[in-house]
Design a protein around this ligand. Structure first.
Ligand code: MN
Length: 298
């Protein structure tokens, strides 16, 4: 089996350590999963307001937030305002095409001093007419099997199915393994998989994967993969069918062409109604301008 190790690019976003796994050169998508950040764990000092992300747009993607610790307010141009807590998923769908989009803000609530989350994007299938929407999933299938704890954030696994809406077949499974235990992970043939190490380390196929590393598994027809936890180990298994179209990403936009990205930048910066409106009064937040698409993106 071919397993590639992807190491994170580490960044500091307003005092929060963020490990970016995808996109990176050479590795752009895991099925339709096209963006993967491991944010935190962070503890905010008394002088910090935590994460305060101003109004920004998205196109042709879903934002998928898997909360591990702390809380976050989401507010969007559809009028949805939602607090997300640990063990919950927020799923915001931007809609498809050059006439649809969405915008939102994200804020740590006053008094909340922790943040630990996995932030993902899902590229939408561009041959479907998909409307913008927002969904909050407060409860997801969770079970324990032979000492391992599982929470299914999207898709089907082990006889369970998550309620999370999908536009292409995907899996997102949170797994906590005990030190020195072994677990076989079930794979669908033809899918791409990635395993993000949130904490601890595991060994598979003779390779050790540690915190903020991603094991990328090429589809090869194998139906399972054995993980050996070297320590107590918290991972997220991501999988999906490879996308049938190119996925270009610039700033907060996904598209299948440079022209669509350029139009999204222009529309957002000119206040086009496709991105709706968010009342920022009293939030202390700003509207974030979109940077121009660089020549290298095509
Ligand atoms: Mn966003």
């Amino acid at each position: 089996m071919q397993i590639e190790k992807v190491s994170a690019r580490l960044k500091d976003v307003g005092g929060i350590p963020v490990a970016r796994l995808i996109p990176q050169s050479g590795r752009r998508t895991i099925g339709a999963w096209c963006f993967l950040d491991h944010a935190g764990p962070a503890v905010f000092g008394s002088d910090s307001d935590g994460m305060q992300v101003g109004a920004h747009p998205h196109t042709n993607l879903q934002t998928f937030t898997w909360m591990l610790q702390g809380e976050m307010w989401h507010q969007d141009s559809l009028g949805c305002k939602q607090l997300i807590r640990p063990g919950q998923v927020n799923l915001m769908t931007a809609g498809t095409g050059d006439t649809r989009g969405i915008s939102h803000t994200e804020q740590t609530p006053e008094g909340v001093k922790h943040l630990h989350a996995v932030q993902l994007w899902i590229a939408l299938p561009l041959n479907q007419e998909i409307e913008p929407s927002f969904e909050h999933y407060p409860q997801l299938p969770a079970w324990t099997e032979n000492g391992a704890d599982y929470i299914l954030t999207t898709g089907s696994y082990g006889g369970y199915t998550a309620p999370t809406r999908q536009y292409s077949p995907l899996l997102g499974l949170d797994m906590r393994l005990k030190a020195s235990s072994e677990k076989a992970v079930t794979l669908n043939s033809g899918w791409e998989y990635g395993i993000l190490v949130i904490s601890g380390s595991f060994k598979t196929n003779g390779q050790v994967f540690a915190e903020n590393e991603l094991a990328f598994i090429e589809p090869n027809g194998a139906s399972s993969l054995l993980l050996s936890a070297e320590t107590d180990c918290h991972v997220m298994l991501l999988g999906g069918e490879p996308l049938p179209h190119p996925t270009l990403i610039w700033w907060n936009f996904v598209a299948d062409s440079r022209e669509s990205l350029c139009l999204a930048v222009e529309d957002w910066n000119q206040g086009h109604s496709r991105f709706g409106h968010i009342d920022l009064a009293g939030t202390g937040l700003k509207r974030l301008p979109a940077p121009s698409v660089p020549a290298k993106i095509r």
